[in-house]
Ligand binder design. Structure first.
Ligand SMILES: [Zn+2]
Length: 452
């Protein structure tokens, strides 16, 4: 049997046109399992043919309409016709696109330099549909450039992709996301500004390319949240971005920040992170040491002491046990001096045990002492950023960047983690992080992608 596939175009002016797309044949006697339905190769060539006919007719009608001057209604002559290539998910299509003479009525007294314009170039300046741009960037931010190219080649009839086409597209999309235009567009749909912004910050290290003379460099990832709004994620390489301060400031603005907002930064102890936000906003920020990072260090003290005490089996150590148990509570309630006293006492106890024991107990005491010292240094170093976490939590305010931890994996490590064995330039990594964050936020799909 035969299947004939046709496309019928109905132009706005009433004309209809029929395109023979293809004829498919199937055996109905001695049918094999391969004969059932459409196969991928047929579907790809079918889509490609439909896209070609579709676009050619579409360009024709759009160009025809563009020939009527919007101001005076004059029907304008076609200056010339040019071959244009449009990259789409369903093939790279060549169309004949007319260039229409510019009407002189619009600018009386001002002779224009251009004589003709192409309506197609105005509509698709990048000569690629937003969909293919989005998919190239999105896949490139998720998989290796080679894998992304392979996926597109395998599943769609788009023009032959390779790691270079994907990388280049990701670069232009990242630049667009970075550009003024994009931010203006997203600011326009900004519903509410907020006077209370929380920024969760963390960072990851990415392997550097050998020619960059360093082993690795940092990717800062963050999530900007304000009550009642969707959070906005970002990824940033300070050395890879053109203007990191401006980049961060624009992201903050798009998330509802304005001059005078109170900004709280939750981060690990690294002082460079809150400093970034301070530089971007030009104002002091409220820096809070993130509870999750403290909690891990408390856990280390708790478990090492648990082991030590179980080896000692001394009922006299009950006081030490209580001290360990109180540690978390004290820090959680912002009682830093009392917590540091407890740490000091635990430290001394550990040293004491160490000086009097051998073997396993001695090792356990060593771990307990070093973990305690670690916590002590961490708290002392970040003392200004310690708060009453309990009080904050009760007031419904965030205390932890554990969400940012997931973010590190989503924005940086999934694509650029050390396990991936890939090496990056700061600029390339910044682009991938920018696109990844936009993908996670669903910003790539919202039609906000426009050519620069
Ligand atoms: Zn006119």
């Amino acid at each position: 049997m035969k299947f004939r596939i046709k496309l019928e175009t109905e132009f706005g002016w009433g004309e209809t046109r029929s395109h023979e797309i293809c004829v498919l044949e199937r055996r109905t006697i001695d049918t094999s399992e391969e004969d059932f339905g459409l196969c991928l190769a047929e579907a790809k060539s079918l889509l490609k043919e439909i896209q070609r006919a579709f676009l050619q007719d579409q360009v024709e009608e759009i160009s025809e309409i563009a020939r009527v001057c919007r101001f005076c209604g004059t029907y304008l002559p076609v200056h010339d016709r040019r071959q244009r290539h449009i990259a789409t998910l369903f093939g790279r299509v060549s169309v004949e696109a007319p260039r229409v003479r510019i009407c002189m009525c619009g600018l009386p007294g001002f002779p224009t330099l251009k004589v003709a314009h192409s309506p197609l170039t105005r509509l698709l300046p990048d000569q690629a549909t937003p969909e293919i741009r989005r998919l190239q960037a999105e896949l490139g931010a998720r998989h290796s450039f080679r894998d992304a190219a392979r996926l597109l080649n395998e599943l769609t009839p788009c023009s032959k992709q390779n790691h270079v086409t994907i990388r280049n597209r990701l670069a232009t999309v990242a630049n667009d996301l970075d550009s003024d235009d994009h931010f203006k567009a997203s600011e326009a749909d900004q519903r509410s500004k907020s006077s209370d912004i929380t920024v969760f910050l963390d960072s990851a290290y990415v392997r550097s390319r050998p020619e960059d003379q360093r082993r690795n460099f940092e990717i800062v990832v963050g999530s900007i949240e304000n009550r009642g709004r969707e959070k906005r994620r970002f990824g940033l390489s300070v050395i890879g971005a053109d203007n990191p301060r401006e980049y961060l400031r624009r992201n903050l603005e798009a998330a509802g920040w304005h001059e005078g907002s109170v900004v709280t930064v939750l981060s690990d102890g690294d002082p460079a992170l809150p400093r970034l936000v301070r530089d971007a906003t030009g104002a002091e920020v409220n820096h809070i040491l993130d509870w999750w990072h403290i909690s891990i260090r408390i856990r280390h003290v708790e478990t090492t002491f648990q082991t030590l005490l179980s080896l000692l089996k001394d009922p006299e150590d009950l006081a030490v046990k209580k001290l360990v148990q109180s540690l978390r509570w004290r820090i959680w309630h912002g009682q830093t001096p009392r917590a540091l006293d407890a740490i000091e006492a635990l430290f001394r106890f550990g040293l004491d045990v160490r000086s009097q024991t051998f073997g396993r107990t001695n090792d356990a005491a060593f771990s307990a002492v070093s973990r305690t010292m670690e916590l002590q240094t961490y708290l002392q170093y970040n003392r200004a950023a310690l708060v009453d976490y309990d009080h904050r939590r009760r007031n419904g305010k965030p205390v932890s960047t554990s969400r940012a931890e997931g973010l590190v994996n989503d924005v940086a490590n999934a694509r650029m983690g050390k396990k991936r064995r890939m090496r990056w330039s700061p600029q390339g990594a910044h682009r991938v992080a920018t696109v990844r964050a936009a993908v996670l936020d669903g910003r790539l799909g919202k039609g906000q992608l426009r050519a620069a």
